[in-house]
Design a protein around this ligand. Structure first.
Ligand code: ADP
Length: 415
């Protein structure tokens, strides 16, 4: 059985074709610059990489069409007919309060994804466009929506409500939703395996640190709190997003600069975070390199970023009570030994003790690694994330009717 996982962004479509029987990714790639011009598709298989350039992929339908054509290409394709794809899983960013688990896509589900576009105007419309494209090209294939927000629907109201007028929640859906759900879910399940316990026995803090950053407190295997909020702007310091900020600041700056709300929103999302502080860089590798060479703003950006992460670990340790492990994942979390070392420095009093040499030697290609000392009361794991596998396993779980309870994902993430 071949399952296609699709992640449709505003101008890109990422894909992975997974063979369920052999547990192998047979092809993966990305269609870029959709609707922008100079579009291309980068397609990878075990036999190598192929770049297909297209003057313009006008929309998501043309992109998905090109992906299907490439997957069935006689030379660099991996299947003969598109009908060899049994089902398609879509990453959908916002499922609101409606969806606590992945869902088979029906007209009702597509309507809800559309309705929820008000909460995720940049994400849900391209997610929906991908679903509609597959419906048109493969009308018989079942499709499943895997919501980023679903994993966090277990948060208690004390964690997800903001202290604003209750009518804002009741009438306008203002609350914390949380994001990166598939990643937090995946690494917490894998951490449970590394701890030799069932997920429902584990209290964890999972740090997804890529361009976007979110920290989640996992109590008994489910999300108890998370740093991203109503939108993915809240929380940690990110590549270009500011994270936590006094809400009075944007209102004040809007007045001072004579800018519109939209313009200030754009500054907070696109010109803040590491880019805002350093004035130049979003990539953590550049910032580490420049800091080493003596750039004071880069050094400051690193210090602000790790200070904020440390605060989240402290807060979530306090709220969880018992903590079994801290997990680092995503581009920076998996690859920056410096970030991990500085974030955990001084946390010995809560039982965190890392093996410095192991930390230094660990990156994505190391696979799942325990970088704590044998004496460390709280384990520290580096776990490469695999959001696509969550999509694939969820498609199978939903189609088999195998969802049981909040623990979700009856499969154990085959490796
Ligand atoms: P996203 O999916 O949010 O775009 P990724 O998980 O791909 O992000 O992570 C991208 C980030 O990972 C980049 O900011 C990059 O700086 C960082 N990164 C990748 N490799 C390294 C490395 N070796 N050291 C430090 N940071 C790294």
């Amino acid at each position: 059985m071949n399952i296609l996982a699709l992640n449709c962004g505003s101008s890109s479509v990422k894909y992975q074709l997974y063979n369920w029987e052999t547990h192998c990714v047979t092809a993966k790639g990305v269609a870029e610059r959709i609707g922008v011009g100079e579009s291309f598709l980068l397609h990878k298989t075990i036999n190598g990489e192929k770049k297909i350039t297209e003057p313009t992929l006008a929309d998501h339908l043309s992109a998905v069409e090109l992906i299907m054509k490439t997957l069935t290409d006689p030379v660099y394709g991996v299947i003969k007919e598109i009908t060899e794809i049994s089902a398609v899983g879509h990453r959908v960013v916002h499922g609101g309060e409606k969806y606590t688990k992945s869902e088979i896509i029906t007209p009702k589900v597509t309507d809800t994804i559309k309705e929820l576009s008000v909460l995720a105007p940049l994400h849900n419309p391209p997610n929906l466009a991908g679903i509609l494209a597959v419906q048109k090209l493969m009308p018989d294939a079942p499709q499943v929506a895997v919501f980023d927000t679903a994993f966090h629907q277990t948060m208690p109201d004390t964690a997800y409500l903001y202290a604003v007028p209750m009518e804002w929640y009741e009438k306008n859906n203002i609350r914390k939703y949380g994001f990166h759900g598939a990643s937090h879910l995946y690494v917490s399940k894998r951490a449970a395996v590394m701890l030799g316990k069932s997920a429902s026995e584990c209290n964890l803090i999972t740090l997804h640190i890529g361009n976007g950053v979110s920290v989640t407190a996992v109590r008994n295997g489910v999300s108890a709190d998370t740093s991203m909020g109503f939108t993915p702007l809240e929380g940690a310091v990110m590549g270009t997003r500011c994270g936590d900020i006094d809400p009075a600041v944007p209102l004040y700056m809007q007045k001072i600069l004579g800018k519109s709300a939209g313009e200030i929103d754009s500054v907070l999302n696109k010109n803040s975070g590491l880019l805002g502080i350093t004035k130049r860089f979003t990539d953590f590798r550049d910032i580490e390199r420049q800091a080493k060479a003596g750039d004071k703003l880069c050094e400051l950006a690193i210090n602000i970023k790790v200070y904020r992460l440390k605060k989240y670990i402290g807060m979530y340790t306090a709220t969880l009570g018992r903590l079994d492990a801290v997990i680092f994942t995503a581009g920076t979390g998996e690859n920056s030994a410096l970030l991990r070392k500085l974030t955990l420095k001084g946390l010995e009093h809560i039982g965190i003790d890392i093996n410095e040499e192991k930390n230094l030697a660990t990156n994505t290609s190391s696979g799942e690694t325990d970088i704590s000392t044998p004496e460390s009361k709280v384990k520290v794991f580096v776990i490469p994330t695999n959001e696509e596998l969550v999509l694939v396993e969820d498609v199978v779980a939903v189609l088999n009717g195998a969802y049981t309870d909040h623990m979700r994902f009856p499969y154990s993430f085959v490796k």
